[in-house]
Design a protein around this ligand. Structure first.
Ligand SMILES: Nc1ncnc2c1ncn2[C@@H]1O[C@H](COP(=O)(O)OP(=O)(O)OP(=O)(O)O)[C@@H](O)[C@H]1O
Length: 284
């Protein structure tokens, strides 16, 4: 099986009002990885992600899922969306059923699964997202963070190969952010490819295996987080800042407090351990 689960080839897209968004965008997304897409407001991240689930159809160009070109008939799209789940930025765009249980059952029921299988998958999705206690609640009564978790449960209940999230941690408090990121890591460990658009450079740097930078409707860079975020010119032209951990590490190295050639930290904890190690040595 190919390493790429999704691929976009030469995508062009304009909205009906004439706004040109995608301009010859080509990129491949690797299976089993955690990919973060970053870029300035309005650069086309959401528009691109909506192409990956066939909600938007390119004016020109092709999308491939598991090497098969995406088709736009009702049945093909239903099949695609059972394999590639999408979590909208605003949960109110996604949730429409009266109760949480009904909401999470909707996707699996739509796929024609037996009542028994639907029950099993909904139970599992609520357990994984830690929301079983909310199953009888009306969706409209949930807090924003709870709605976000139910939006993820919605998608998980169909056991997708890929889960795409548009700014999953925007407007969440730090606890909920950690909860959602742990959940996404757990889902990824079970073999699901996770793709997200985000503005949070610190989170993306620590979380992702692969970073894609989008500018003016194309992906201008794809690479591992260290490689991407060490490129100051790229960050400048994409209106992005350097992640805190990498910035401090860089400055400590430039000022001679840390030697060259040591492993670059990805988290605050790793940075703390490096500083601790060299601070201790310098006292000797
Ligand atoms: N339905 C629409 N009709 C017309 N223009 C649209 C529509 N949706 C988005 N756009 C425009 O397309 C461009 C790209 O928007 P998009 O939401 O894809 O960017 P984004 O990178 O996700 O932005 P943000 O980070 O602010 O969410 C913007 O200029 C936006 O105004």
């Amino acid at each position: 099986m190919s390493v790429n689960v999704l691929e976009a080839q030469h995508l062009y897209f304009s909205y009906p009002d004439g706004t040109i968004v995608l301009r010859d965008l080509s990129v491949a997304i690797e299976r089993g990885k955690k990919t973060a897409i970053l870029g300035a407001n309005g650069t086309g991240k959401s528009t691109f992600l909506l192409h990956l689930i066939g909600t938007l159809k390119p004016s020109k160009g092709k999308i491939f899922f598991n090497q098969q070109e995406v088709q736009y008939s009702r049945t093909s799209l239903l099949a695609l969306r059972s394999k590639v789940g999408f979590v909208f930025q605003d949960p109110d765009t996604q949730l429409f059923s009266a109760s949480v249980w009904q909401e999470v059952s909707f996707g699996p029921l739509n796929l024609g699964w037996t009542e028994e299988k639907v029950k099993e998958m909904v139970t599992k999705a609520l357990r994984i997202t830690d929301t079983t206690h909310l199953k009888d609640r009306p969706t409209h009564s949930l807090s924003y963070g709870q709605k976000k978790l139910i939006s993820i449960a919605d998608v998980l209940a169909m056991e997708p190969e890929v889960i795409i999230l548009d700014e999953p941690t925007a407007s969440l408090d730090p606890q909920y952010t950690i909860h959602i990121l742990n959940l996404l890591n757990e889902i990824n460990k079970r073999g699901t490819t996770v793709i997200m658009a985000t503005h949070d450079v610190d989170m993306a740097y620590a979380w992702a295996d692969s970073i894609m930078i989008m500018k003016d409707g194309i992906i201008i860079k794809k690479g591992n987080p260290v490689e991407v975020f060490l490129d100051d010119e790229l960050l400048n032209q994409s209106s992005l800042t350097k992640p805190f951990v990498l910035d401090i590490f860089n400055k400590l190295q430039l000022n001679g407090y840390l030697p060259e050639g040591i492993t670059i930290p990805r988290s605050r904890q790793q940075l703390f351990e490096i500083i601790g190690r060299y601070a201790k040595n310098s006292r000797l």
